[in-house]
Design a protein around this ligand. Structure first.
Ligand SMILES: [Zn+2]
Length: 257
């Protein structure tokens, strides 16, 4: 399924015009001292297939992913298919994957006042802690990549990292509160594109964060097929990179492990 022109234009404007502005303010940066590249596989919104299909692919390769979870979406169905259940969440966590935060109700942060945004996130954290008491919940991704400077500033002390949707490899001076990422969408790019990103990441000794949503045979415009996903995992493992969750990568970057 190809992406409608309007969506493509909106995405272009966000990436090219808004993101550099958001990057400039309230930056929390760290200079990378990685001596080995890292690739992370992350999922936004947590469709059930991100666990039942992609999670098993990651398990088969003995690596883990990061699931940015909004508890207000649990048990729902949306354009990306059936979303996760409580059992999925617990099984994903039990298998060693990272459960991270993605707000509670998935608001557009650009249009949400800071107070409401913080309340929404606190609600998600409280619920997640209740369901997954020993989960780390130290990392966050902006819903649909939507950001405001006020929200970025308010969330920075609450999390180790905040991930956006701006294309790029995290290297050199890394913006921990606006991490760059690269989508794996069947509607955009190919397995070959993914491999080029992995190779560039290896050459630059960077941290490449892939993100997608549903992983199934007929994916939405923000998902991919199991074959595409597995090819990307293999490409990452065949490169010189370590495949780590966002929490593990943060520990590498900050020398905490
Ligand atoms: Zn989302």
């Amino acid at each position: 399924m190809s992406m409608p022109l309007k969506s493509r234009l909106k995405r272009w404007a966000n990436r090219r015009l808004r993101q550099p502005y958001y990057r400039a303010f309230s930056a929390k940066t760290i200079r990378s001292n990685l001596n080995r590249p890292i690739v992370s596989f992350t999922f936004d919104d947590y469709p059930q297939s991100a666990w039942t299909v992609a999670g098993r692919i990651l398990n088969d390769h003995d690596v883990h992913g990061t699931y940015y979870t909004a508890l207000g979406l649990m048990d729902q169905t949306s354009r990306i298919g059936k979303l996760y259940t409580r059992d999925d969440l617990l099984a994903t966590h039990d298998d060693g994957h990272e459960i991270a935060c993605h707000t509670y109700s998935h608001p557009n942060l650009r249009r949400t006042p800071v107070r409401n945004c913080v309340d929404d996130i606190e609600k998600n954290l409280a619920e997640l802690r209740r369901l997954v008491p020993n989960g780390s919940l130290q990392n966050f991704s902006y819903p649909s990549g939507s950001i405001s400077i006020g929200n970025k500033r308010a969330l920075t002390p609450r999390f180790d990292t905040l991930r956006g949707v701006e294309d790029g490899i995290n290297t050199g001076v890394i913006h921990l509160n606006l991490l760059r990422a690269r989508r794996i969408y069947d509607a955009d790019g190919s397995a070959e594109t993914d491999r080029i990103w992995v190779d560039q990441n290896a050459a630059r000794c960077g941290w490449l964060i892939f993100y997608t949503h549903d992983v199934c045979d007929e994916p939405s415009d923000v998902g991919c097929t199991p074959r595409r996903f597995e090819t990307a995992v293999r490409a990452a493992l065949e490169s010189s990179a370590e495949v780590l969750t966002v929490a593990e990568a943060y520990q590498r970057l900050t020398g905490k492990s």
